[in-house]
Design a protein around this ligand. Structure first.
Ligand SMILES: [Zn+2]
Length: 141
């Protein structure tokens, strides 16, 4: 991620309808995976979920959740603040996944950078077959 991308993600830190989430929802819908709920009231309020099937998808912003794939750099100012903030975000992410799995949920984490045009086919190629099994649906190709 470059600095402009980081600033853009800092500005767009809204809980709902952030762009990567919309990209994923559009793809799910187009592939016939509909009927999902948004921000369902279980730990972590997953971005997309099928509560009846206990299947949850989190769409993580690479900056806020400190993506292990594109590894966004720390901001150059207030380093202590950001280090602490990111550590807390990551600890919360891990706790949420643990809690959901303990409740019998299946969880998926999709990173913002995995939804970029060059990567999205590969990402969906991995995600959709799993969802089809978990949701008991035909995979539409
Ligand atoms: Zn990333």
């Amino acid at each position: 991620m470059d600095r402009a991308a980081i600033q853009a993600s800092m500005k767009s830190n809204r809980r709902r309808d952030t762009k990567p989430e919309l990209v994923l929802r559009h793809q799910l819908y187009a592939s016939g995976f509909r009927g999902y709920r948004l921000q369902w009231k279980v730990p972590g309020h997953p971005d997309v979920s099928w509560p009846g099937k206990k299947v949850a998808i989190f769409v993580n912003g690479c900056f806020w959740h400190q993506c292990p794939y594109c590894k966004p750099p720390l901001p150059k100012t207030n380093v202590g603040f950001w280090t602490d903030k990111f550590a807390k975000n990551k600890a919360r992410d891990r706790r949420v996944l643990r809690e959901l799995r303990a409740m019998g949920w299946k969880t998926h984490v999709i990173w913002e950078c995995q939804l970029q045009p060059k990567k999205i086919d590969r990402t969906l190629g991995r995600l959709l077959p799993k969802l089809a099994v978990e949701l008991g649906r035909e995979l539409r190709v």
